[in-house]
Design a protein around this ligand. Structure first.
Ligand code: GZL
Length: 331
């Protein structure tokens, strides 16, 4: 993107106008006529959360492979699930004057200062996977990812169906994702909404397992020690569910039978666990955002309008579907 366009972008953005209409008010340089950075290689700075789960690994691969296929020069960083690292990485992209910055905010809050710096530098920002809680929506061009509340509701809906017509108390333990992250907040909210109508459903313990197998196992061990009558585990992601399965088996119980397990993501290991009868249902959360992200990046650079929120298509898979679906799973 030419510097003049970037300066213009900063003016337009500062005015709080729709930044994606930039080409419509271009500065008349050659690339505006071409509707984008004609002939230039787009440089995208991507500040990734970390490598905490199978989902994240697949998400990273999708972004890297798609950038290569799209001819986009990708600058990539891993923040090891620390917000201060993500902010530092975003700042470095601003200094490098990349054309677009994209990132998956590890938590919802605390982004306004650095996103204002990007806006003042005339660099458009795309949110992928996780959202931020800032009311200033001019700080980013679009959010590309899942509806986590819907995912929580789908998890609850399976439970409602599973216990249809029964009148027993159902003791549920919940392994939450990273504290303060959009998926953890919204998956908890969606699930709570979904079970609210049935007083038999009781969440007797709920704690973060930080989206990792190790922490998921550790917290499930604690749940098992303090709650002898657990009927259901609701895990905000597959990695925590897979860690919890180890804890359940080490406690001499049968995962998927003594303790039913509801999980979210849909990685291959979770499908295998369903084939093995250890997870009962997986709510899909699509990590393969790379192709859509590269389309958005090209549109933003070309000054085309993009939707403010782009949701991904996702399904729900039960044990009886797992064996047939597993060979076709892409992550
Ligand atoms: C959801 C994503 C979550 C996954 C976890 O879109 O942010 O983070 O559910 C991952 O597996 O760690």
């Amino acid at each position: 993107m030419h510097v003049s366009r970037r300066k213009l972008f900063a003016v337009v953005a500062a005015a709080g106008l729709a930044t994606s209409g930039l080409a419509a008010c271009g500065d008349g340089t050659q690339d505006d006529e071409a509707g984008g950075a004609a002939g230039d290689t787009i440089v995208l700075g991507f500040a990734q959360v970390g490598a905490e789960s199978g989902w994240r690994t697949a998400n990273t691969k999708s972004i890297q492979d798609s950038a290569k296929a799209a001819g986009i020069d990708l600058k990539f960083s891993d923040a090891q699930q620390k917000q201060e690292n993500q902010i530092k990485n975003i700042r470095s992209y601003i200094t490098q004057k990349v054309d677009v910055i994209a990132f998956s905010p590890v938590v919802e809050s605390g982004w306004e200062p650095v996103l204002r710096e990007a806006k003042e530098a005339g660099i458009p920002v795309v949110l992928t996977d996780r959202a931020i809680d800032s009311p200033d929506t001019s700080l980013y061009v679009t959010f590309l990812g899942s509806d986590f509340i819907e995912e929580g509701k789908r998890a609850a809906n399976w439970l409602v169906q599973e216990y249809q017509g029964k009148n027993e108390t159902v003791n549920i333990v919940e392994l939450q994702g990273t504290t303060g992250s959009a998926p953890a907040i919204d998956r908890k909210e969606g699930f709570a909404q979904g079970i609210a109508a049935n007083p038999n459903f009781k969440i007797i313990a709920s704690q973060t397992g930080e989206f990792t197998r190790a922490k998921g196992k550790e917290v499930m061990q604690a749940f098992l020690q303090s709650n002898p009558d657990i009927d259901v585990l609701y895990a905000h992601n597959d990695d925590m569910a897979l860690g919890a399965i180890q804890a359940i088996e080490e406690a001499g119980k049968k995962p998927g039978v003594d303790i039913k397990i509801i999980s979210i993501d849909g990685v291959k290991d979770a499908f295998q666990a369903m084939v093995d009868g250890k997870i009962n249902v997986v709510v899909e959360c699509n990590p393969l955002l790379g192709p859509q992200l590269m389309d958005v990046v090209k549109k933003v650079v070309a000054g085309e309008t993009v939707e403010k929120r782009i949701l991904t298509e996702e399904g729900v898979f039960t044990q009886d579907q797992a064996a047939a679906a597993l060979p076709n799973r892409q992550y």
